[in-house]
Design a protein around this ligand. Structure first.
Ligand SMILES: *Cc1c(COP(=O)(O)O)cnc(C)c1O
Length: 416
């Protein structure tokens, strides 16, 4: 029985940890309430009904469910238009479609806050690989963070002045870097700088892990295109796969022309049997995101009591659902991941080992016993096996299961 793994000491520690963040949990509940209202409003104003769940086959022309879903996403995330669903293979795919739609030969992509997410580096930079931005003659320029690991606004201004045409990519979450995630209002400030300096540049936001954490979204503070993954927050743990694009109509259209083909775009793409789960997923996503946030905060509070470094700290203001814990030691890190795996509802009996995951440049250990393969809105923990041996933990579709996972992970590495 799982409870047998938890000593009285560990249970007492958990109680203390929860007590120390009670007020923060209450604030999260009020955010969920308001975000749920925005989601419900989007369902009501777009007149979602049972015919939206039917799905199409073949070409997928006149797929009402797919069209309405795009509008629902647009309203929730603050764009004039949107496309969402299982036609996108993943968040990386949706972001890639968005980038290709926004850029053409001779343009430059500016990454505004250091390097983008690992899986996007290959998409952007590899000149020798067919189908990358570089192979199509699209340049890349990175604005490094300041010494304090904050966005460098002056350097961004300079980059936007020097680049004539192209787009700016802003990543909300930290990914595998050690900077803070950006708040929506910080994203708004960066967007304002771009627009003041060079209004020709579109601003694209990688919104992964950030959805529903705050009351606002990047689309409400001027982002031209917002992109993300349906096996993270906005899938609510129910979407079987997918991604989304929300923003200016021309950019959504262009992204969908990259998704399918020029001239067809989002007119085609059968939704098969996927729509109901995607609708249900976005409907419960604000609530599920809160469960994941509470899990992350509980984890931080526990690890701090045990003397480990956390980012963000348990009482810090959060802008995404990720939690970093520094172990500084590959063995402790591995034990922690094993514990997360052991308390998962799926694949609890397997032992995670580091492997060369496609798109990542050092071996990654990944603990994930999920219903949807690789879904990181479900409790999961991954870590590139390199200094500082930090675990990136996220997800938990119910707080209770998240708490079990954290307690199991802690009991494992304390035994060590
Ligand atoms: C997860 C993630 C992606 C990629 O999404 P996938 O669905 O895993 O392809 C991109 N950017 C950030 C910041 C992410 O966290």
């Amino acid at each position: 029985m799982i409870m047998e793994h938890f000593s009285d000491k560990l249970l007492a520690l958990a109680e203390e940890a929860e007590e120390s963040v009670k007020d923060i949990f209450a604030k999260i509940d009020s955010v969920v309430f308001k975000n749920s209202a925005r989601v419900l409003d989007a369902f009501r104003s777009n007149r979602v009904d049972a015919t939206c769940f039917q799905g199409t086959t073949g070409y997928g022309y006149s797929d009402k469910g797919r069209e309405v879903l795009g509008k629902v996403f647009a309203e929730i995330f603050g764009g004039e238009d949107g496309a969402a669903g299982a036609s996108f293979v993943s968040g990386t795919h949706a972001i890639t479609c968005g980038l290709f739609g926004a850029l053409r030969r001779g343009d430059t992509l500016i990454s505004a806050v250091g390097a983008p997410y690992d899986t996007l580096m290959k998409v952007i930079l590899d000149e020798n690989h067919n189908g990358t931005l570089a192979s199509y003659g699209i340049g890349y320029r990175e604005v490094p963070l300041t010494a304090e690991l904050k966005p460098d606004k002056d350097a961004l201004r300079t980059a936007c002045r020097e680049v004539k045409t192209g787009a700016v990519l802003i990543q909300r979450s930290r990914g595998y870097s050690v900077r803070d995630s950006l708040s929506v209002s910080e994203i708004g400030e960066l967007i304002a700088i771009v627009k003041e300096t060079n209004p020709a540049l579109n601003v694209l936001v990688d919104n992964c892990y950030g959805e529903f954490v705050e009351l606002s979204e990047p689309g409400f503070v001027g982002a031209d295109l917002v992109m993300g993954s349906l096996i993270k927050n906005p899938g609510g743990g129910l979407a079987p796969m997918g991604g989304y694009l929300v923003g200016k109509t021309e950019l959504v259209e262009a992204g969908c022309e990259r998704l399918t083909v020029p001239g067809i775009g989002r007119e085609a793409g059968a939704s098969l049997e996927t729509l109901r789960s995607v609708y249900q997923g976005i409907f419960i996503a604000p609530h599920v995101t809160a469960q994941a946030l509470k899990t992350a905060i509980f984890c931080a509070a526990m690890m701090e009591k045990l003397g480990y470094g956390t980012l963000p700290s348990s009482r810090a203001e959060r802008h995404d659902i990720t939690q970093m814990i520094s172990f500084g030691d590959p063995r402790k890190l591995t034990r922690f991941c094993e514990g997360i795996q052991a308390a998962s509802p799926v694949d609890s009996y397997v032992t995670p080992v580091p492997w060369d995951m496609p798109g990542y440049d050092s071996p990654v250990i990944m603990a994930a016993g999920t219903f949807i393969q690789g879904a990181s809105i479900e409790l999961s923990c991954d870590a590139p096996m390199r200094e500082p041996y930090a675990a990136y933990l996220q997800g938990g579709i119910t707080y209770e299961s998240g708490k079990f996972g954290i307690m199991m992970a802690i009991s494992r590495f304390l035994d060590n």
